[in-house]
Design a protein around this ligand. Structure first.
Ligand code: SF4
Ligand code: SF4
Length: 353
């Protein structure tokens, strides 16, 4: 019996029922999004900016900040629920450093929303995984950059394989392992090794393209392209069907799409401000507590001039929901402050370290 089949055999009936229920909730959320354009489908929210690692391509962490206090985080989750957000994903920094993470997840589920998190996985232990189960976590994504740690990234299979085995044993939630190419990753073939291991353990697997500090396009080299397609073909049925935009990115070509950031997708920083995405912080820069359906509707119809070369996959995927409708009627160039923004003076874009 292979490791994967023995892992699958250990999966209990309740775990499968939970997966089926989750799928039904997801399909309902998609149907709701198709029926109405006036609510966000997905929000990423940062409960702390600090990270226990320091990947050199990353501009989304520091090594000093404190956790956002729990009452404030709960208020922000309530605000996202008020806006009608379907999927709330906790990111960072490193979310597992937040001591009350499970209570934040439980609040998301209290509102009936889909709860996800993105983590580097370093702090996972069986007991913590059980706490995440009890809190009602639906999805976890771990991005693994290489097989052996190097000066660019310590998110390596060598270090994290034990954590993946713990997840295979204990997690009741869906786990996706994302491997990457581009952005200074030394050995593109590592992505293949990582994807194979993910499938072997019964997880899903995706492949991402590392973007630069502006979230903008960098064409892949020949070997990177070859590995990208090989990984993609490896577990075709596990891949998101909404990743066609990556084809153009691989070739270094612009994408023709409508970015619905600020509307279907919003990014909430540790200061509680709404931003288009992790790479365009400062626009619109409105406090979440003051964000209204009118703001969602305005941003839904606002073209972002950074869209053609954008590599932010979650925003591409969420924007597919409305690809066929609602042409955008106004335009903004993030980088130039939008007129009337309340936070113009206070916000700066965080640059690549
Ligand atoms: S990529 Fe993730 S693990 Fe690496 S420094 Fe950034 S937040 Fe931390
Ligand atoms: S196109 Fe949208 S998601 Fe991409 S960088 Fe611009 S605002 Fe962010």
């Amino acid at each position: 019996m292979t490791e994967r089949s023995s892992t699958l055999a250990r999966r209990s009936l309740p775990r499968r029922i939970k997966a089926a229920t989750r799928r039904v909730r997801e399909l309902a959320s998609i149907a709701h999004a198709v029926a109405s354009t006036s609510h966000p489908y997905m929000a990423h929210i940062v409960p702390m900016r600090r990270c226990n690692l320091s990947c050199t391509y990353c501009n989304e962490f520091d090594d000093v900040s404190e956790p956002v206090p729990l009452p404030e985080m709960l208020r922000r989750i309530d605000d996202l629920a008020r806006l009608g957000t379907s999927v709330i994903t906790i990111s960072g920094g490193e979310p597992l450093l937040h001591p009350e993470l499970e209570q934040i997840i439980a609040r998301i589920r209290h509102h009936g929303r889909i709860a996800g998190m993105i983590t580097n996985g370093y702090l996972l232990m069986p007991e913590r995984i059980q706490r995440l189960n009890r809190a009602g976590l639906d999805h976890m994504q771990i991005s693994i950059d290489n097989v052996q740690p190097d000066e660019v990234s310590k998110k390596s299979l060598k270090v994290l394989d034990k954590k993946l085995q713990m997840l295979a044993e204990h997690a009741n939630f869906h786990v996706n392992i994302n491997s990457v190419v581009g952005g200074g990753i030394k050995y593109p073939q590592d992505a293949l090794t990582i994807a194979r291991r993910a499938l072997e353990l019964g997880f899903t697997s995706t492949i991402g393209i590392i973007h630069d500090g502006d979230g903008q396009l960098k064409p892949l080299g020949g070997e990177e392209r070859r590995i990208y397609y090989e990984v993609k073909n490896l577990g075709k049925k596990h891949y998101s069907r909404f990743n066609h935009f990556q084809e153009a990115i691989v070739k270094g070509e612009p994408n023709d799409w409508r970015c619905r950031a600020g509307a279907r997708y919003i990014y909430i920083c540790e200061n509680g401000l709404v931003h288009y995405c992790s790479q365009q912080r400062g626009w619109p820069g409105t406090p979440l507590s003051e964000y209204r359906r009118q703001d969602v509707q305005r941003e839904f119809l606002t073209e972002k001039t950074c869209a053609p070369n954008c590599t932010i996959s979650c925003v591409h995927q969420v924007s597919y929901i409305d690809h066929w409708r609602a042409p955008q009627t106004s335009k903004i160039s993030p980088g130039l402050p939008p007129s009337g923004s309340v936070q113009d003076q206070d916000l700066v874009q965080i640059q690549l370290s």
